[in-house]
Design a protein around this ligand. Sequence first.
Ligand code: S3P
Length: 167
Amino acid sequence: MKNIVLTGFMGTGKSEVSKELSRVLGRKAIDVDTEIEKSQRMKITEIFKQLGEPRFRDIETEMIKKISKNKNVIISTGGGAVLKQENMDTLRENGVIICLTAAPETILKRTSNNNDRPLLQVEEPLKKIRELLEFRMPYYEKADIMIDTEGKTPSEVAGEIIERWKK
Ligand code: S3P
């Protein structure tokens, strides 16, 4: 069975939905950022601070290659993983790519309760979210399936994924 790969902007619920899919389908869930943090023994914020974003992106690409060797698992990616075509190609080899979306205001609400997203530690996070979303949308749209998470619980989103992925 193909992997289920979740992409999408920060705060679209990838991690929560991934856990829910794992529970319902009885498949292992692997989170790219969590594996990066384990391998570097540093939090993502620390990696950005100490090594910089370009190095983080290289580590991310290597980790995606490693994780994509699995079969029959659920993979959740960081919001910027879609920016490199190489990552998309790797993820697609064994998987179907599902992109979660949400409105900028919802993303702000879901991300403002902690400081663990270095890209959003700015004075006007909503403006930054809008700018990043506009730039990244063509990349997110390369997914096989797009799912709007607005007003839905992680369980509802997981249900919709299962329904649409089976077709
Ligand atoms: C990023 C998203 C983050 C993390 C890093 C960069 C991005 O992951 O990979 O902070 O560029 O959008 P989440 O989407 O899980 O927050």
